[in-house]
Design a protein around this ligand. Structure first.
Ligand code: MSP
Length: 541
């Protein structure tokens, strides 16, 4: 099986982590966990040799200098502090990243000039002059579109903008514009989901494209001194976006990790699509590197129906998220993010009412209740031992009760994997929920509690009851495997009480074989355990 390499954006350290950052990282985590599960879980939750999950922080931005200064710290001190916060935040969400890269680390800083040098040597980066509208008061360039909107005056002090020129290095994007367009046209999976692909292709078809400035001047102003220098030119530093994009490569550009390149998926938010789906692939083409398989641009979270904003009081920061995790469990939070998040074309609303609704439906009344029902009956009727099942039905057979469980479980796992291949983690998890609904329906249909009343007198009833409960428990075990990339704590807890923790190194296809070598074994102890999820009260209107 091939390697799987997933990345998140690297986050600016001027701001504190919030739901947007946490979302991308949790989605990448679920993908990484799914892929480890498919290949065979690593020993004690450690790294898997064929799966690599990268996240990290983007530190050379000018706004980091400003944020540091306002706290009386150097940009490096502030970056150190805040990068540690990001890392801790993701750890607290059970994100199992294999590496956390910081752009101020020597392993990154030392490699980036090498790529730039290669591009200078091939002529894909050249020195020219940048000319544009400049706001002298703000000391910043203003794009043509913004300048026009501001009537060529400063938006701060109203003084006229001036034309200004300075030496600058450019990347020859124009050379790769048509080749990239053709590449995207041929490779449907390259930019996803389809709305994002259409957006990128539309621009590539209708705009002409210009070479991209990739440097900023270094002056006496300390604020301009934060960043990686252009090779052999102390007077210019590499523009933060170019510096940042290279992180995906620097992290694996070592002899041990090279095999992970090209990345399987760069998971990003829709606002940074152009850099990832156009500029980055063109840089890679110029370097002669393979292109990542997919750039996946998810939508944005809004909050209680409105754009998140600190002043409106609907901002979902780390503390808000921690509050949900404390009240309803970390698994509940991950579940909500993963199944209700803006993975597709549309934005998603983070709302308290919806959180409770989804939590109760899928987890408390879904997985949790089903596990209690089945565990209780096994305890009551079979003394807490896995009951024996009847001979397994053949693939096309319709046994009494109407469900061919081996087939149903196989189909659920296969569908989940199909969704995973299309990066639809949410749809993959829904397969697990559907399996639970099927078990619930089967219990209602076959009414084991009624059958139980006859078992003393009727050995046929006892056999039938045993088979029903075995089917339920075994199907639930398989569902729990599919839940596990999201529910990082409750699934292991269930496995422990049910005595069915999946052994490491065994691929999902084997783990999920119904009544197979890793299935529940008749006669083994299966304790009912504590309720996995307590039902939550709907919030007061
Ligand atoms: N540093 C750059 C990325 C460089 S990658 C080579 C950056 N950082 S960021 O911290 O500003 O944003 C990181 C991510 O957070 C982006 O993908 C952005 O889409 C995402 N989000 C920010 N707010 C968001 C929401 N409200 N909802 C979902 N994601 C959002 O950009």
């Amino acid at each position: 099986m091939t390697t799987f390499y997933v990345t998140t954006p690297i986050y600016y350290v001027n701001d504190r982590p919030h739901v947007g950052h946490c979302y991308s990282t949790v989605v990448a985590d679920a993908m990484a966990r799914f892929h480890r599960l498919v290949r065979g879980l690593p020993e004690s939750g450690g790294a898997h040799g064929d799966v690599f999950f990268l996240t990290g922080t983007d530190e050379h931005a000018d706004k980091v200098v400003t944020a540091a200064a306002s706290r009386g710290l150097s940009p490096q001190q502030w970056s150190d502090q805040n990068a540690a916060e990001f890392r801790a935040a993701f750890e607290s969400l059970d994100c199992t990243f294999d590496d956390f890269i910081r752009t101020t680390e020597p392993r990154h800083r030392d490699k980036v000039p090498g790529y730039i040098r290669r591009l200078m040597e091939s002529g894909d980066i050249y020195k020219g002059t940048y000319t544009g509208w400049y706001d002298e008061g703000q000391e910043e360039y203003v794009t043509e579109a913004n300048a026009k909107e501001q009537e060529y005056k400063s938006r701060i002090n109203g003084r006229p903008l001036v034309q200004r020129s300075e030496p600058c290095y450019f990347f020859r994007l124009t050379k790769y514009w048509a080749p990239l367009r053709e590449y995207i046209e041929k490779h449907e999976a390259f930019v996803q989901p389809p709305a994002r692909r259409a957006e990128v292709l539309g621009r590539l078809r209708h705009e002409e494209g210009r070479d991209v400035p990739i440097s900023r001047p270094v002056t006496d102003d300390p604020a301009t001194q934060w960043g990686i220098r252009i090779p052999e030119d102390e007077g210019n530093r590499i523009y933060v976006w170019i510096d940042a994009l290279f992180n995906y490569l620097t992290a694996v550009d070592t002899p041990e990790r090279r095999r992970f390149w090209p990345a399987s998926v760069h998971l990003i938010g829709k606002d940074i699509l152009w850099f990832h789906a156009v500029i980055w692939p063109c840089l890679l083409m110029a370097l002669g590197e393979k292109l990542p398989a997919t750039i996946f641009g998810h939508g944005w979270w809004v909050s209680e129906g409105r754009k998140m904003s600190k002043s409106d009081g609907n901002f979902i920061d780390l503390e808000t998220l921690a509050g949900y995790a404390e009240r309803h469990s970390l698994d509940a939070l991950r579940w909500y993010l993963l199944t209700q998040g803006p993975l597709g074309g549309a934005d998603a609303d983070f709302s308290r009412a919806k959180f409770i609704e989804v939590y109760n439906a899928d987890l408390a009344n879904g997985l949790g209740n089903c596990a209690s029902r089945v565990g209780n009956m096994i305890e009551k009727y079979f003394g807490g031992r896995v009951p024996p099942h009847l001979p397994l039905p053949a693939e096309e057979e319709h046994p009494p009760g109407g469900v061919n469980w081996p087939a149903a479980c196989r189909v659920a796992v296969e569908s989940a994997l199909k969704h995973l291949a299309g990066f639809d983690v949410s749809a993959a998890l829904v397969e697990a929920v559907d399996l639970i609904r099927k078990i619930d329906g089967y219990i209602n249909e076959t009414a084991p509690f009624r059958l139980a009343k006859a078992i003393d007198a009727d050995p046929g009833a006892r056999e039938r009851l045993a088979d029903i409960l075995y089917n339920c428990a075994e199907a639930l075990r398989i569902a729990s495997l599919l839940f596990s990339p999201a529910l990082t704590r409750k699934c292991p807890a269930l496995w422990k009480t049910w005595n069915c923790t999946p052994p490491s190194g065994v691929p999902l296809a084997d783990l999920a074989r119904f009544a197979g070598p890793h299935g529940l074994r008749p006669g083994d102890a299966l304790a009912k355990g504590e309720a996995l999820f307590m039902r939550a009260e709907a919030p007061k209107p």
